[in-house]
Each structure stands twice: as structure tokens, then as C-alpha cells.
Ligand binder design. Structure first.
Ligand SMILES: [Fe+2]
Ligand SMILES: [Fe+2]
Length: 153
């Protein structure tokens, strides 16, 4: 299903969109498992430890989103979004930063869609996930020596 701009979605469409979110959470688990171990070199030791923590948090996000899809009567995807690989530590962190920014943009929209449907509990659980995604974004930007990107667009 194409990404939608409208807040007006059906429950079935919401379940499909949450499946896109679930696929992004699987992608994040895989990326953080691999990158946390593959990042080498003294400048990256601190962020590598943080990526281990991110991996566990992304798994808990996947479980939360899966629970909401099941609640809506949807069937859960088993396929992650593709994970990019690189031997360059900066490039790995860049991929993570771009994925976190896209995840935050999608969740902002999802909360509005949930609220338009009166699904306030799902919206609340996504807000809790967003708190951690925003921390991930900030940690990655800091490791790259940048300001976090604006995800409100
Ligand atoms: Fe996540
Ligand atoms: Fe994240």
C-alpha cells in the first residue's frame, strides 16, 4: 500500500500500515545486532555499546506493534524492510540515522491516524515507542557530530 498522507484510514488500512511499521522494527533489530558488533575502532566504542541497547529496544517495539496488529485482527508480516550494509562505520551510523528519521515520520502520521479512528490506546503505545526512537536519533546524530534531523516535515 502506498504511504498515505490522510489521517482517514479504515481499521484494515491501519493494520496494513502497522505492518509496514513492524517491518521497519524488524529491520532496526537486524541493523543494530549487526552494526553493534561490526563497528570497530576506538572512536566508535561508546556508540557500539549504545547500539546493543537499541537492538533490545527495537525488539520490544516489534512486540508492541505486533500486539496492536493482532488486536486489529490483522495478520503479522514476517518480512523485514531491507537492511543496508557497509564496511564504513560512518556509513553504518548514517543508515541507522536515516532509518530512525523515517520511523519517526511514519509514527507521527500513525498517531494521527489512530486518533482519527478513536484508537487512543494504540496511539499511546506508539507515543512511548517514539520517546525511545527520538533518543536513538539523538544518539546517532551525536555520534556523527551532527544536529538531529528535523522529522516534522
Ligand atoms: Fe523501534
Ligand atoms: Fe529506533
Amino acid at each position: 500500500m502506498p504511504e498515505q498522507k490522510s489521517n482517514e484510514v479504515t481499521r484494515d488500512q491501519l493494520a496494513e500500515l502497522l505492518n509496514e511499521d513492524l517491518a521497519r522494527e524488524y529491520q532496526a533489530v537486524i541493523a543494530y545486532v549487526v552494526y553493534s558488533q561490526a563497528l570497530k575502532g576506538a572512536p566508535y566504542m561508546q556508540i557500539a555499546k549504545e547500539l546493543v541497547v537499541h537492538a533490545g529496544e527495537e525488539l520490544s517495539h516489534a512486540l508492541t506493534i505486533a500486539k496492536q496488529i493482532d488486536y486489529l485482527g490483522g495478520s503479522m508480516t514476517v518480512t523485514p524492510k531491507p537492511v543496508k550494509t557497509s564496511d564504513d562505520p560512518k556509513q553504518m551510523l548514517r543508515f541507522d540515522l536515516e532509518n530512525e528519521a523515517e520511523t519517526l515520520r511514519q509514527y507521527r502520521e500513525r498517531i494521527r491516524q489512530c486518533e482519527a479512528l478513536g484508537e487512543f490506546a494504540i496511539a499511546e503505545s506508539i507515543r512511548e515507542i517514539m520517546l525511545q526512537e527520538q533518543d536513538h536519533l539523538i544518539e546517532l546524530a551525536t555520534a556523527l557530530g551532527e544536529d538531529p534531523p528535523n522529522v516534522s516535515g
